[in-house]
Design a protein around this ligand. Structure first.
Ligand SMILES: Nc1ncnc2c1ncn2[C@@H]1O[C@H](COP(=O)(O)OP(=O)(O)OP(=O)(O)O)[C@@H](O)[C@H]1O
Ligand SMILES: [Mg+2]
Length: 510
């Protein structure tokens, strides 16, 4: 028997000799001969070995500069397996610096089991011999028994890539994109979209609206995300359009953020007024990725999309005034040399509905507007805007959500009075929220709710006065119209009488 000391010294000497021979081999044997020897070794080894090895390099072979997508997907896939099973791990900061990401360390291996078959993944590093070149290339090797060659090279690898993609999407930092103006050459050269991290805190839990409606929207979204095969089966591109309409401050933009957080999607905020023409719009849409929400806010203000609308037969004076104001604004813009977007309604319809709009996977398109009736029916027909959601003034259900968010209360003596007032008064959730927000440390729930009651009463009074004034104005307008009509009729009658007199006179002359 060896004594412990003797055993250590024997092992140490052997290791030192091996390392000496290894370094001599790498230093003095030329690369071509080494390569040949290694190939022979692997060949001989292959005769007795029953293992198969597949190598996945970090960079693609062609130019060696492009990162291999498959390599990244496999690393994503292995991250959770390594955390659970590997002995040596590497810790990196995640892109959003919120947490640490653990991955397999260099020269480490991890086992995976798929359909009862064991495979081993190992991570190796190749270092250049060239002194001037300090670069390192990593590669992953998948080893498994030859008996499972067919299953591993098809089913298992498909499974790894698919899972890796999903993990990557989940871990990615979500982005809020906005389109660069093509007038701004430096920004346009950088890319069609600029982005910042998307960090809006709105969720469906904090969104104040009718509870049943909210649940309906959540279910609709879940159904959509799971509908890949269904959409393919019925022959529809995998996208869904939402039209959010309602008065200002009712939560349309908040709803978009809640949707993005719920689905973990990116958001593309498309500013149509800076898009030069239809072809630019097409390019922008082609540049959006899957798992994203493309938003066009205030669609009625973005473009003159109402041009094709049939004018109402009876335009009242107010509408005429508005039309005149718009024309004057346009003229002023033109005089100032401001560029107007040449995106047309058909261009926009193509962008959301055309052949190429089906590129790049699942996508949600959202339009928001304050005035539903200002939009061309073609733009919002079902199939294009599948789900029309009205965001309305704050009613009691919505108030309760806001009170819970802002004051952390679920009931109060004033709830009865508030219930009556919010049902009678049109106040936006934004205004209700503002009243509920404590303005100082002394503001407690009692003070905030009383302030809300006061505001609601004021609003109610204001609405009553406004309605009275409107009524008065309408009566005046009607009276003016009646008077005008009577005058016209009188004038017509007079003209006919005069014409009758003239023809009688002429008759007398004859
Ligand atoms: N339904 C809601 N639930 C929770 N908060 C809301 C809701 N509606 C409005 N708010 C609050 O009011 C603010 C303004 O709301 P938001 O911007 O979503 O309104 P909007 O409908 O998009 O208005 P606009 O038509 O003017 O664009 C939000 O930041 C949010 O704090
Ligand atoms: Mg908005």
């Amino acid at each position: 028997m060896f004594e412990a000391g003797a055993l250590f010294s024997f092992t140490g000497t052997t290791m030192a000799s091996l390392m000496f021979f290894w370094s001599m081999y790498r230093q003095f044997v030329p690369y071509q001969i080494r390569d040949y020897l290694e190939k022979c070794f692997y060949k001989m080894f292959g005769l007795v070995s029953t293992s198969v090895h597949i190598k996945f390099t970090e960079y693609t072979e062609d130019k060696g500069l492009k990162k291999s997508q498959a390599y990244d997907l496999i690393r994503n896939y292995l991250s959770s397996k390594s955390t659970a099973r590997a002995q040596r791990l590497k810790a990196n900061e995640s892109k959003n610096s919120k947490s640490l990401v653990l991955s397999l360390d260099d020269h480490e291996a991890v086992e995976d089991v798929f359909q009862g078959v064991k495979v081993v993944w190992s991570l190796s590093v190749w270092k250049s011999d060239n002194q001037a070149d300090s670069s390192e290339r990593r590669y992953l090797t998948l080893s498994f028994h030859n008996r499972y060659r067919e299953m591993i090279t098809t089913t298992y690898l498909d499974h790894v890539l698919r899972e890796g993609k999903e993990i990557g999407l989940k871990n990615r930092e979500r982005k809020l994109y906005t389109n660069n103006s093509s007038q701004d050459y430096s920004a346009w050269r950088e890319g069609r979209w600029s982005n910042v991290p998307f960090d809006h805190p709105a969720t469906f839990e904090t969104l104040a609206m009718d509870l049943e409606k909210k649940e309906g929207i959540k279910k609709d979204l879940i159904k959509f995300t799971k509908g890949k095969d269904y959409y393919r089966k019925v022959g529809k591109p995998w996208k869904r359009g939402y039209l959010l309409f309602g008065p200002p401050g009712t939560g349309k933009s908040t709803m978009i953020s809640a949707m993005a957080n719920f689905l973990e999607y990116d958001v593309y905020d498309l500013e149509l007024t800076t898009v030069k023409d239809n072809s630019e719009l097409k390019k922008l849409m082609l540049d959006t990725k899957g798992k994203s929400i493309v938003v066009i806010e205030d669609i009625d203000c973005s473009l003159d999309l109402t041009g094709q609308r049939k004018k109402k037969k009876e335009e009242d004076e107010d509408e005429e005034d508005e039309q005149k104001k718009k024309e004057a604004e346009k003229l002023l813009k033109r005089e100032r040399g401001e560029r107007e977007s040449k995106v047309t309604l058909s261009g926009l319809l193509n962008a959301i509905d055309g052949l190429w709009s089906a590129c790049s996977g699942e996508k949600i398109i959202v339009f928001t507007t304050n005035y539903l009736d200002k939009l061309d029916p073609a733009l919002i027909r079902r199939g294009r805007m599948d789900n029309h959601i009205e965001m309305s003034y704050c009613r009691f259900e919505a108030f309760k959500v806001l009170a819970k968010n802002y004051l952390e209360i679920e009931s109060h003596d004033l709830y009865g009075e508030i219930k009556r007032l919010v049902e009678e008064t049109d106040m936006s959730p934004a205004d209700v929220a503002e009243n509920l927000m404590p303005k100082s440390d002394e503001d407690d729930a009692d003070i905030c709710l009383k302030r809300l009651v006061m505001s609601l009463e004021e609003e109610k009074e204001k609405a009553r006065k406004l309605a009275e004034e409107e009524e008065k104005k309408k009566a005046e307008r009607d009276a003016r119209r009646k008077k005008k009509k009577a005058e016209e009729e009188h004038k017509k009658k007079k003209e006919t009488e005069e014409n009758g007199d003239v023809s009688r006179d002429n008759g007398n002359h004859i």
